[in-house]
Design a protein around this ligand. Structure first.
Ligand code: ATP
Ligand code: MG
Length: 426
């Protein structure tokens, strides 16, 4: 390896380490055809254009990337000029989104150097000021990224992988390393702490002792990030792959309690409760692998359900009010949008009725009229049966199997008996 990170975190060589076509398994055939077209078009226009980020990392590991990000020396205005379907976005750093049919978006960002803080996407801290146009070289662009395995470039022209930061060695050794000085990079943008844990968990890579210690020293900084940005990261983990392992990683570093207040503390201190969370996230991850992705609403229910179930164990008379209050009092740093929270509470109240209903044989079937009922029915299967419902299966069919003699039409409230008029005495 021609390049190592010095302990000062400064780069030790200007010449990148290069993997030639025959030295890696990344094939052009696995690159999204639209991304490839953009890359070649930019090259023909005389620009440098590389595939970068998660796409290069995942393809080198033989995985299918989620999205294909491009880095180039073309400036946003030039990208806009040459691509009719390009839209300039970004608060702190302008970059182009090239949009395709079916909602596909390819992000094309100009090489830049590190002005500090986030990835420059719309996720930048609100109110952070005007966009910073600190354009840079490919090398500077690699150095401003978060972890070494995320900072590789793939040149479609030569089919070479270009590595300025030691990412290839880390990829081979299954190691997550922060680019530059770890403490400083965490201070610049504490969300990187979360990202280190996320990619270690998703890739099954190890976090070295030094980085691990730095996470423990710096983790408190996460609480100072904007609630909206933290929610964005939370959503990425709920919707992304391997939620179970990522959440376990966050718990291991004591970050769940920082992010989710009392709920996170309960999950950190009670292994039984957390075993419940793990089991549900595992089911969700299996569903994702089968391309039956639960949405954010369903994932939130699965994530919070063990905590909610413990709160409702004493059969309170008004579970919805209790849950609303408990969520309000939880002091979460991650701000769940009000509508998401309200919907999740409605579904969980219904679920609670269903769980009890199927245990006791008493169900208030009028609840079937609630708009959340179909979702609650599907979630019932995931939570109680540890599987998705098969075609044509529903909560009613389970109930009918368990209590074949009970009608599904009766209402939970005892019917008012009509008094028969006593026959008039004669
Ligand atoms: P995936 O999309 O599979 O989750 P990714 O590595 O592509 O993984 P993104 O969040 O899409 O992750 O970010 C794209 C790239 O931008 C990363 O690979 C990394 O190089 C850089 N990046 C993202 N966030 C940061 C950050 N907070 N600090 C520095 N670089 C970042
Ligand atoms: Mg990505």
């Amino acid at each position: 390896m021609s390049l190592e990170l010095g302990s000062s975190g400064r780069k030790a060589a200007l010449v990148p380490f290069v993997l030639t076509r025959s030295e890696h398994t990344l094939s052009r055939r696995h690159i999204d055809p639209d991304a490839l077209k953009i890359l070649f078009r930019l090259r023909h226009l005389g620009f440098t254009a590389y595939l970068t980020g998660g796409a290069v990392r995942d393809m080198l590991l033989g995985k299918t990337p989620k999205d294909f990000d491009i880095a180039t020396d073309a400036h946003p205005a030039q990208i806009k000029k040459y691509f009719a379907n390009a839209f300039i976005i970004g608060r702190r750093f302008r970059l182009a989104h090239i949009r395709f049919r079916g909602g596909k978006v390819i992000e094309v960002a100009t090489f830049r150097r590190d002005p500090g803080s986030d990835d420059g996407s719309a996720g930048g801290e609100p109110g952070a000021g005007a966009p910073t146009h600190a354009f840079g070289t490919p090398e500077e662009d690699a150095w401003r990224r978060d972890i070494t395995v995320n900072a590789l470039f793939y040149d479609p022209g030569t089919a070479e992988v270009i590595d300025y930061v030691g990412g290839v060695a880390d990829l081979r050794q299954g190691r997550i390393r922060v680019i530059g000085d770890t403490a400083e990079r965490f201070r610049e943008d504490p969300v990187r702490i979360w990202r280190v844990i996320r990619y270690a968990a998703r890739l099954g890579f190890r976090i070295g002792a030094e980085v691990g210690d730095e996470i423990l020293d710096s983790r408190q900084l996460l609480a100072g990030c904007s609630e909206a940005r933290l929610f964005e990261e939370f959503s990425k983990d709920m919707l992304g792959p391997q939620t179970r392992t990522v959440v376990a990683g966050l718990r291991e570093f004591g970050i769940l309690s920082l992010l989710l207040g009392r709920i996170g503390s309960a999950y950190e201190s009670d292994p039984g409760l957390f075993a419940g969370v793990s089991a549900l996230l595992d089911i969700a991850d299996r569903e994702k692998a089968l391309h039956r992705e639960p949405g954010l609403g369903e994932m939130s229910v699965l994530f919070f359900w063990p905590w909610v179930e413990s709160l409702l164990a004493g059969t309170p008379t008004d579970p919805a009010t209790i849950l609303r209050k408990e969520f309000m009092d939880a002091e979460m740093a991650v701000a769940l949008p009000k509508s998401l929270r309200a919907q999740a509470i409605d579904v969980m109240v219904l679920l609670n009725r269903m769980v009890r209903g199927l245990r006791s044989g008493n169900m208030r079937w009028s609840l079937r009229g609630r708009p959340q009922y179909p979702q609650a029915s599907r979630l019932y299967f995931l939570i109680e049966q540890h599987r998705a419902p098969a075609e044509g299966e529903s909560f009613e069919s389970l109930f009918h199997q368990a209590f074949p003699e009970r009608p599904l039409r009766e209402s939970g409230r005892p019917r008012r008996r009509r008094r028969r008029k006593k026959p008039a005495l004669q």
